[in-house]
Design a protein around this ligand. Sequence first.
Ligand code: NI
Ligand code: MN
Length: 226
Amino acid sequence: MDITYYGHSSFGITINEKKIVFDPFISPNPLAKNIDINTLQADYILISHGHGDHIADAVALAKRTNALVVSSFEIGEWLAKQGVKNIRGMNTGGKAKFDFGSIKCVKAEHSSSMPDGTYGGNPMGFVVESNQGNFYYAGDTALTYDMKLIGDYRKIDFAFLPIGDNYTMGVDNAIIAADFIKCKDIIGMHYDTFEVIKINHEEAVNKFSVAGKKLTLIPINETINK
Ligand code: NI
Ligand code: MN
């Protein structure tokens, strides 16, 4: 599968020729100014929680592409009120099959309100399984013991973990999270976008390396293949 980084916690992942966009926060992000939200393609849009830095471009992207938006039930209700038509509301613990593979919603230890203050339901992470591999997208979360469940019952080939600290776990806790999910191949997210989550890249990569793991920090607008 191809993975393109759109900055912050946003990625475009192509699995079995379907394009899945995670947590679109692109047009307000100066670091992602070279990405044109108006030409971005999406078959699915996954939203981990309601905060503006995860949902900013969701309504426009969903309306233009008619992608299926997968999110908490409450975020789905909110999106419907903004005129989004193609919505699949889910909740923590739920798994559903789609044409590229399956999505299971898992616990994230965080908060979730919409930009207008509406309750956004549970914040979530996603476990995506497909015939091209399995991955865990953690969303915004603290390190939580529940992550052990993710690695105990399936093989996680790689994982997207927040590493910026302050609002989520930082590098040291993300290394423990990688142990909990039994995955050594980590892609960092939720760092550098704001002053309080700026990190030292070299130090972060080295810490993972010392712990016997690989941290990949994909440059914004670049694509890697897994
Ligand atoms: Ni958040
Ligand atoms: Mn966030």
